[in-house]
Write a protein that binds this ligand. Structure first.
Ligand code: UDP
Length: 326
């Protein structure tokens, strides 16, 4: 199988590339390194087992000719390239919208042209500020004002979903949509806001853990290798096209409890520091108070179950951070 992974040098994309190489696929990566990094795939490039099976193109998915060639060559496409991280999105709203909307349209149109099966990575952000749990695929989607720019990301991802579904309806494109909830694991950077790599890094340096707001907001976390299993499972199944699936974990935890847990697990001397949102971000920042997925749909479709609980996830991430900082 020849697999094209857009955003393959990103955090999730690089783990997906690894899984595809491990199962014997030929992997083509296109990544503009805006938030991804060659460091993420260095070990794959240096692995003799993957020699002549990994091809890396440093380019944007907006480059039509390059995408035309790669989509033509490959059998299936995982479209993982996107702007990531609340911090990055708030700093680069125009770039984020462009890559999500124009980039995804390009991927979808080329997959339709060449009749290639494609999986689109969407985001739990599309559920907006709803407070109930669990969030189900049939629930109402975003609500939030245009004055709060965070929601531009959700709106662009939602446009991706509708565009994908329109290609399915009008052009018969075989496309699956994965709504990814908070995903964590080795190689994730805290540079764009992601809470677990940030807290682990702070704890290992005995610096205060920067808990935003009052820390009562909750999340669930999924280990990246579980997410990769979900993505390949959705791709390999015969009856998942034209459907949206939540991909996430089910263990809900408040951010304050998460911070305390990380302090305990690392044996850190750090304390938690509550930082008001308006100090952490701009005055117009808006958080999601609660975000818990229902994973019944993907469970029924492909038998997906996250295998790695939060304690094990934290151990993996802590070990990774200790190994890279020496
Ligand atoms: N968060 C925090 N301190 C940090 C980074 C994040 O308290 O240094 C909080 C953030 O406000 C949110 C949660 O942790 O409530 C998850 O944030 P992240 O950016 O990882 O992902 P999100 O779920 O917001 O997309």
């Amino acid at each position: 199988m020849r697999v094209l992974i857009t955003g393959g040098a990103g955090f999730i994309g690089s783990h997906l590339a690894e899984a595809c190489l491990e199962r014997g696929d030929e992997v083509y990566i296109i990544d503009d390194l805006s938030t991804g990094s060659l460091d993420n795939i260095r070990a794959l490039q240096n692995d003799d087992r993957f020699k002549n099976r990994l091809f890396v193109h440093i380019d944007t998915i907006l480059n039509h000719n390059m995408m035309l060639e790669l989509t033509g060559i490959c059998d299936i496409v995982f479209h993982m390239a996107a702007a990531v991280g609340v911090r990055y999105i708030l700093d680069n709203p125009l770039k984020s919208i462009k890559i999500n909307v124009e980039g995804t349209e390009k991927v979808l149109s080329l997959c339709a042209k060449f009749r290639k099966k494609v999986l689109i990575a969407s985001s739990s952000e599309v559920y907006g500020k709803h407070l109930h749990a669990p969030l189900v695929e049939t629930d109402n989607i975003i609500y939030g004002p245009t004055s709060k720019f965070r929601w531009s990301y959700a709106a662009s991802k939602l446009m991706d979903e509708f565009t994908a579904l329109a290609y399915y309806r009008n052009r018969g494109l075989q496309v699956m949509i994965a709504r990814l909830f908070n995903t964590v694991g080795p190689r994730q950077t805290g540079a764009y806001g992601m809470v677990i790599p940030r807290f682990v890094d702070q704890a290992l340096k005995n610096k205060p853990l920067t808990v935003y707001g009052d820390g009562t907001q909750t999340r669930t976390f999924t280990y990246v290798k579980d997410v990769v299993r979900a993505l390949t499972g959705l791709m390999d199944a015969n009856d998942t096209a034209g459907e949206v699936f939540n991909v996430g974990g089910t263990e809900e935890i408040t951010i304050l409890d998460l911070a305390r847990k990380i302090i305990r697990e690392t044996g850190s001397a750090s304390a938690c520091e509550l930082i008001p949102y308006e100090k952490a971000f701009a005055a117009d920042f808006e958080d999601m108070q609660r975000r818990v997925p229902s994973i019944d749909k993907i469970r029924k479709a492909i038998g997906f179950e996250p295998k790695t609980g939060l304690d094990a996830i934290l151990r993996h991430v802590i070990n990774y951070h200790m190994s890279v900082t020496g």
